[in-house]
Design a protein around this ligand. Structure first.
Ligand code: TEU
Length: 539
């Protein structure tokens, strides 16, 4: 077990993201809940993870599945009670699992009492908690667009003002220029630290320094000043792990957020690698350009070595299932899921596994009416308005829609996959008959045991945490191979990204090396479809 009183304990940790609405239902309403998470802690302990990143469980109208919070100090009733949450923290702790809560500090729900008061009365002490501009009802302050469609400004006739919302009208942006608002957030964070939470994932943290008048959303001039204040005032303990979500980050910006002195955050989630297959936008997905992906990882691995810290991930609740996106979710599902895991977990950083990734869950295809996500419905409307055919728009949604990752966790081959006794809020993937936790646990060659092994290897060999990174054969379009090394150890990771045989990659130093992990028996010779090998030598 990791010593979590050590400042940088999270550098040796592996985290697991739980999306509560889809993890495990216990009260038969078709919606996952906190008692459900508690009931699965033994499973997560078996996997070997050190912490859970819990997507929002706060009180919320659920317009954006909890990323629209109406009370930061309360629990969404269908998920359970505060007592359930306290029990989860305690039960997880008993198993050496730290709970990291999701914090949405950029915006609240439009149903938060602060916003209700702010929009009812210009003289309310909460008015200035949000971003308002005067103006005529037919003339928004500028033409900025919201991420989930439509203008980024909405008008409130009762007070004759516009409010700013980067995401949807139900998610008004908080005004970080207001010190009283910031103080409320810091106090709220301390409320959760006092309950025993071990850290936070900070939703769209790169947005908090926005200057809408200058059309600046990400990386505003005061962004890092705010984050440093947040660190000083709210994240006082060195041992808290803090992960900022920053779609706009490049390597230089990441060094600011995660500099080793610890004045800001432990690490960030950056998404450059997840965007290499975007065409015009994410809905216009192209085949994976492997050379570009390799170049991207190399830049991040070498760029942050000793000067920051990477997070390592291929999935989350906003992204498609990786085995469908970059692997083969049919014939070579098991092989390619393991290959992608090896590629990711061999690098330097802190790995995050998204629920279901560890059993190789796949994307889903639904009729448009069965999707729940507001982003999907907006993309559909906008695609048709642009003149695209429904078929073409649906292809984009099948490839990249966020509900791919949000279908219920597949525990068994039974009705509703053992997720719930009732019809779930989002359809279960029909392939749960084959892909499910029960089957994975019964099969020693399953994707589950491969993840379990990768987690154990990271704990055992310092090279995973400390080693330098060297990319081999950068121009090879089919195989991703790299070496990690310290003065004492060397690790080779070789991954065939195709369903065809590829020439062997094995530098002389690794001839006869120990095989730490592999997804085929008897690794050696040409690489088989989606083959992955992890070789190790003492240097
Ligand atoms: O996501 C940030 C974000 O920008 C997403 O909208 C992302 O760009 C999109 O999914 C990719 O197309 C965070 C949360 O992870 C997401 O679930 C929330 O909807 C969003 O913030 C708003 O809080």
């Amino acid at each position: 077990m990791l010593d979590k009183t050590k400042k940088d304990w999270w550098k040796s940790a592996v985290f697991y993201q739980v999306y509560p609405k889809s993890f495990q239902d216990t009260d038969g309403d078709g919606i996952g809940d906190i008692p459900g998470i508690i009931s699965r802690l033994d499973y997560l302990e078996k996997l070997g993870i050190d912490g859970i990143w819990l997507s929002p469980v706060y009180a919320s109208p659920q317009r954006d599945n909890g990323y629209d919070i109406s009370d930061y100090r309360d629990i969404h009733p269908p998920f359970g009670t505060m007592a359930d949450m306290e029990e989860l923290i305690a039960e997880a702790d008993r198993r050496g699992i730290t709970i990291i809560m999701d914090l949405v500090l950029n915006h609240s729900s439009d149903q938060h009492s602060w916003f209700l008061s702010a929009k009812a009365d210009k003289n309310s002490p909460y008015h200035d908690f949000y971003i308002w501009r005067d103006g005529a009802p037919d003339c928004p302050p500028n033409d900025m667009r919201a991420t989930f469609g439509g203008p980024a400004w909405s008008y409130v006739p009762e007070i004759g003002q516009w409010y700013f919302h980067q995401f949807s009208p139900w998610q008004p942006d908080l005004n970080w220029a207001n010190p009283a608002m910031r103080r409320e957030l810091y106090d709220m964070i301390r409320f959760w630290v006092d309950k025993g939470v071990g850290g936070f994932r900070l939703d769209v943290i790169d947005n908090i320094g926005k200057e809408p008048d200058n059309q600046i959303t990400c990386n505003g001039p005061k962004l890092h000043e705010y984050i440093r204040e947040l660190r000083r005032e709210a994240f006082r303990e060195d041992t808290l792990v803090t992960v900022g979500e920053a779609w706009s980050a490049n390597v230089d910006l990441a060094r600011l957020y995660a500099e080793p002195g610890g004045s800001e955050l432990s690490m960030i989630f950056q998404f450059e690698h997840m965007c290499v297959d975007y065409g015009r936008d994410k809905w216009d997905a192209r085949p994976l350009p492997l050379v570009k992906l390799k170049e991207c990882f190399q830049r991040w691995q070498t760029g942050l070595a000793g000067r920051g810290w990477n997070s390592l991930f291929l999935e989350n609740h906003d992204l498609p299932r990786i085995v469908s996106a970059w692997g083969d979710d049919k014939k070579y599902r098991v092989e390619s899921a393991k290959m992608l895991a090896a590629m990711c977990h061999g690098m330097q950083g802190t790995p995050y596994i998204y629920q279901g990734e560890e059993i190789g869950m796949t994307n889903i295809r639904l009729p448009i009416g069965e999707y729940d996500d507001l982003e999907i419905h907006n993309a559909y409307r906008e695609g048709l308005a642009r003149g695209e055919t429904p078929e073409r728009v649906m292809e984009g949604i099948y490839a990249k829609g966020r509900d791919n990752a949000r279908t219920p966790m597949q525990w068994t081959d039974g009705e509703y996959a053992g997720f719930s006794a009732a019809k779930p809020w989002l359809p279960v993937n029909p392939n749960h008959s084959e892909i499910n936790v029960r089957a994975a646990l019964a099969d020693p060659d399953s994707v589950f045991y491969f993840y379990q092994k990768l987690i154990a290897l990271r704990k055992k060999y310092p090279v995973f945490r400390e080693g330098g990174f060297t990319l081999l054969n950068p121009e090879d379009e089919n195989v991703f191979a790299y070496v990690r090394d310290t003065e004492e150890e060397r690790l080779l990771v070789v991954c065939n990204f195709t369903m065809w045989e590829q020439p062997e990659v094995c530098p002389a130093a690794f001839r006869g090396a120990e095989v730490l992990a592999a997804n085929y028996k008897d690794p050696g010779g040409p690489l088989r479809p989606y083959e992955a090998r992890m070789l190790y030598v003492k240097s």
